[in-house]
Design a protein around this ligand. Structure first.
Ligand code: ASP
Length: 317
């Protein structure tokens, strides 16, 4: 019998990512961070580790990388604060954990994982979630530690532009996420974000919502999303991809493309997903100009890409 393949895909957000906007230095930093995160996750899978460990490790690295909108480098709220969301799910038994609107937790993905493993709940929010994380000895940092000059400038720019009218910055999403399959054929998905720049009123997007921004079920696939969260919540995007596969028997690539490039696009929802099935097939569709993404496929091939015109690697199943 052929060996169960291992594979992992990660994203660092989708949006209006244009070559001339990004700049060579930032682009290189992003590619390097993506590569080290996907390598770290893959190393865990290679050693026989679980897909849950792999996705958590990859997301943790992206949270620590200041280039992405998660952990350090998160976007700022209308009040100039950092409020983060994260979730994780196991495709083996549908265990899931999430935190929303948390402050100070260095790696929100670890808090989400502890909600899954150390509490009877699926989602904890705000101060309660922070107390839970503190009691579990998670690392905390001052608010200022999370804030980069890039995000400070971004908030100022949004506030002084027309976008202020919409109250949310829609042209730039850089939430992070990971999906993986391990040697036992177990799927897992994880997502972490600072949400949308200039958000107010305790706004929470799709990232910590199981079914919207994150979903995993061994019977179908594991999905992590990025984009305009309100649309992903309304269309229950991550779950919809899994459910369509189960109901129609259609393959992953076609199903994910249908949801991202038809359902979501028709509704006016910008963004993309990364998804993987038990055979290690990976798809990373998006309906924006670009999506930061990387994968190590079942045949061991590394793929790192940003723009839509960078052709993906898809090994024969
Ligand atoms: N989906 C996230 C949210 O709406 C934003 C992103 O993907 O960057 O909160």
């Amino acid at each position: 019998m052929a060996e169960q393949p291992i594979a992992i895909a990660i994203h660092g957000g989708a949006g209006t990512i244009e070559r001339d906007q990004l700049g060579t230095e930032r682009e290189q930093a992003i590619r390097t961070a993506l590569e080290s995160a996907v390598n770290a996750g893959h190393a865990i899978l290679e050693e026989g580790g679980s897909s849950l460990d792999a996705v958590a490790a990859a997301v943790r690295i992206l949270e620590d990388a200041p280039e992405f909108n998660a952990g350090r480098g998160s976007v700022l709220t209308n009040q100039g604060r950092v409020e983060m969301d994260a979730s994780i799910m196991s495709g083996k038994n549908l265990d899931a954990g999430a935190v929303a609107s948390v402050r100070g937790i260095r790696n929100p993905i670890e808090a989400a994982r502890l909600v899954m493993t150390d509490s009877p709940h699926v989602m904890l929010i705000g101060e309660g979630a922070e107390t839970f994380a503190r009691n579990r000895q998670l690392q905390f940092e001052d608010d200022e530690w999370f804030k980069t000059d890039f995000r400070r400038d971004q908030l100022e720019e949004i506030k002084s532009s027309d976008q202020a009218a919409t109250q949310l910055s829609e042209d730039w999403y850089s939430t992070v996420g990971a999906v993986a399959v391990d040697r036992d054929g177990n799927l897992a998905a994880a997502t972490s974000t600072g949400g949308m720049a200039n958000k107010r009123w305790g706004r929470v997007g799709d990232s910590p919502i199981i079914g919207a921004g994150t979903y995993a079920n061994n019977r179908t696939c594991a999905v992590s999303a990025t984009g305009h969260g309100e649309f992903f919540i309304r269309h229950v995007v991550a779950y919809d991809i899994c459910a369509r596969m189960a109901y129609t028997g259609k393959p992953l690539v076609e199903t994910a493309d249908e949801v991202v490039n038809e359902v979501l696009k028709d509704a006016g929802g910008n963004g993309g997903v990364i998804a993987i099935d038990q055979h290690g097939r990976i798809t990373m569709p998006f309906n924006t100009a670009g999506m930061y993404r990387a994968a190590i496929h079942g045949d061991g091939q590394l793929e790192v890409a940003i723009y839509a015109d960078e052709k993906g690697h898809s090994p024969e199943p």
